[in-house]
Design a binder for this molecule. Structure first.
Ligand SMILES: Cc1cc2nc3c(=O)[nH]c(=O)nc-3n(C[C@H](O)[C@H](O)[C@H](O)COP(=O)(O)OP(=O)(O)OC[C@H]3O[C@@H](n4cnc5c(N)ncnc54)[C@H](O)[C@@H]3O)c2cc1C
Length: 466
């Protein structure tokens, strides 16, 4: 009996572990919900619910392949050994899985691999979370790229040479039945993610439709949060319900030659998928990032002001800056936020409110349905000017001009801030001069002054570091 242990690869297509196990012989599968460990990662309840719902759907999809999936309710990673102990009497030959890059997950795997070896059980793992595996290409001096543009150039070169391989769904095996075991059955979630479909075929059609019908305009429309112009596939990439290779291969198939034109929607979308790879490669090369260290060590000396009341105003979307507040409402109410807005609110927290980027990073994780350590940490350190290839510290988004530029008629703001629904267009980006608007908070800071403070904070840290 072969055992596939599903974690961040909740799919049957392009799943190397599933394919390898089924090639060896009769296969069963396992998924263990570990809410205590998820909480240690600040995982949003909505993401936890999506995982549970996706695991239930996967059970049906695997049943069609004759593979029984055991859905187990666990606690934290330390309890996993007892789950495997209950399974070993079934005669498990080898445990198959896809590698995860985060520290606790790596430690969990090392411990289990060693323990399974002592029980005479084999361990098979593949590294397929990226288009190209971390470490598979490095700079001329053998180091990982710290800057995105040369990384992307090298990535595209590899892509032109090799393409990416998408593995087929395995052929069905004769239906395997396993005896019932004394293990707690996975509990249903709280249904907070119900707006997001979880059936694999539906997700594959969403990907296909996006690449066939909408990606062409990505370049022109992607920065406008009122438009539904991006793919919204991030929650599925975060769960591995879709693989990045499936996205790349589908894009290549549908976009054809336009993928070669640097400014086409297709090639700009591909760039975003490459950013995803970049941050995962960065995490593997610098594992200290997971210990909440800034990438640029000298920025550790910045004396953030960390005012709890200002932080709360930001979390609650009550800063008096409409685009920031509308974005935070989108996050708090829907569990997802548009990329342009993630940049705007992150810059605002760090460079207008002078709050440590790690507070914002953590808050995002606790709310995002697509929370992903590498992308989230990368995005926050970019905005805070502390990361790899980060925005220079003097680049400070003006939240009002960002609003005028990317939500010109205020459609996004009006959707998420009922207090401004009737605000005339000329005041929507700065409603404080409209005497009719009474129930909207006053601005918590003055942007021009806050900007000067940020410049001083970074300069002080630099002087301190000599
Ligand atoms: C402060 C901050 C925090 C972020 N936190 C996360 C996070 O926790 N999880 C997450 O998946 N993304 C995160 N991002 C990146 C990006 O905002 C989201 O991936 C994107 O908004 C998801 O929407 P979409 O699926 O419609 O993206 P699309 O525009 O359709 O892009 C396609 C895919 O490319 C990847 N991608 C796009 N932009 C980026 C990027 N800048 N970095 C890495 N991957 C990217 C995502 O997997 C996305 O689904 C963060 C960005 C910032 C600035």
């Amino acid at each position: 009996m072969q055992l596939v242990w599903f974690r961040s690869d909740l799919r049957t297509y392009d799943n190397a572990a599933l394919l390898a196990a089924m090639e060896q012989g009769p296969t069963m599968a396992l998924f263990v919900a570990c809410p205590k460990s998820w909480q240690q990662h600040d995982m949003a309840p909505m993401k936890q619910d999506l995982i549970r719902r996706r695991a239930e759907a996967l059970k049906l999809e695997l049943a069609a392949l004759g593979v029984p999936l055991l859905l187990v309710e666990g606690t934290d990673y330390r309890a996993l050994q007892s789950v495997f102990t209950a399974l070993l009497p079934l005669g498990i030959d080898t445990v198959y899985s896809e590698q995860e890059y985060e520290l606790r997950e790596q430690q969990r795997d090392q411990m289990l691999q060693q323990w399974l070896a002592e029980q005479g059980v084999g361990w098979w793992q593949c590294d397929r979370q990226c288009g190209f595996a971390p470490g598979s290409f490095v700079t001329g001096s053998g180091a990982m790229y710290q800057v995105f543009t040369p990384f992307k150039k090298r990535w595209l070169q590899r892509f032109a040479e090799q393409g990416v391989t998408v593995l087929p769904r395995p052929k069905a095996q004769p239906t395997l039945r396993i005896p019932s075991l004394a293990l707690a059955v996975m509990q249903p979630g709280d249904h907070s993610s119900a707006a997001w479909p979880v059936v694999q075929d539906t997700l594959l059609s969403q990907l296909r439709n996006y690449c066939q019908q909408r990606v062409q305009d990505y370049q022109k429309r992607r920065d406008f949060p009122a438009l539904d112009a991006t793919s919204r596939l991030s929650p599925y990439l975060a769960l591995g319900a879709l693989s990045v290779r499936q996205c790349i291969a589908r894009l290549q198939f549908e976009a054809g030659d336009s993928l070669q034109q640097a400014d086409s929607g297709a090639s700009v979308w591909l760039s975003e998928l490459i950013w995803r790879d970049f941050y995962k490669h960065v995490l593997v090369a610098w594992p200290d990032l997971i210990k909440h260290q800034p990438f640029q060590a000298d920025t550790a000396a910045i004396r953030w002001r960390n005012d709890p009341a200002l932080f709360q105003a930001w979390c609650d979307g009550k800063t008096g800056y409409p685009l920031v507040d509308a974005a935070m409402q989108q996050l708090n109410q829907s569990g997802w936020m548009h990329n342009r807005l993630r940049m705007v609110v992150a810059s605002f927290l760090v460079k207008d409110l002078h709050i440590d980027w790690r507070w914002g990073e953590r808050y995002f994780m606790s709310k995002l349905i697509d929370g992903d350590f590498a992308a989230n940490n990368g995005g926050w350190q970019w905005a805070a000017s502390t990361g790899t290839d980060a925005a220079p510290y003097f680049r400070i988004f003006n939240p009002v001009s960002q609003s005028e530029r990317f939500d010109p008629d205020g459609a996004f703001i009006r959707t998420w801030l009922p207090a401004l629904a009737a605000c005339p267009a000329k005041h929507i980006h700065w409603p404080h001069s409209d005497t009719m608007v009474k129930s909207y908070p006053k601005p918590v800071v003055d942007h021009a002054q806050a900007r000067q403070v940020t410049l001083a904070l970074f300069q002080q840290a630099r002087q301190q570091n000599g």
